[in-house]
Design a protein around this ligand. Structure first.
Ligand code: HEC
Length: 121
């Protein structure tokens, strides 16, 4: 009987230490992913873009891949797209307008535009 309790005790300790290890491992992996993602991705995640844009599917706005494939990655287009992100507008992809992001800094919008254009396949 005593032996059974001991066995049960050992099992519980072993199981609980396993689940702790798993949680730590998961946490470390998440941190790694965040560290790996580019600055442009982080800026997108901080803003409201996700409500209208997805990586590979049209939502309210075009997908990032569609945008990347439409524009060559050069200074002119980076400047054009970053202006558009800040000022908003419509008429390029349809009649639905994109709202302005007036509080976004020019540098941040440029970083996002570069990131989007880097997705070109
Ligand atoms: C309310 C929905 C909405 C939100 C929020 C939104 N967009 Fe858009 N976005 C659109 C629509 C609609 C278009 C297409 C506009 C057009 O046809 O000219 C667009 C177009 C774009 C384009 C392509 C512009 C062009 O002229 O080809 C880029 C780049 C872009 N969005 C980036 C972003 C980024 C970055 C954010 C977040 C900071 C964002 N959008 C937030 C709806 C949105």
């Amino acid at each position: 009987m005593k032996f059974n309790y001991l066995l049960l005790g050992i099992t519980i300790i072993t199981l609980s230490s396993f689940s702790k290890e798993n949680a730590e491992e998961k946490y470390t992996r998440k941190v790694d992913i965040v560290l790996q993602s580019s600055d442009g991705e982080k800026l997108i995640a901080k803003s409201d873009c996700i409500g209208c844009h997805k990586m590979d599917k049209k939502l309210i706005g075009p997908s990032y891949l569609e945008i990347a494939n439409k524009y060559a990655a050069n200074e002119k287009n980076i400047s054009y797209l970053s202006n558009k992100i800040i000022k908003g507008g419509s008429g390029v992809w349809g009649s639905i307008p994109m709202g302005a992001h007036a509080s976004m800094k020019k540098d941040e919008a440029k970083t996002i535009a570069k990131y989007i254009l880097s997705l070109k396949k």
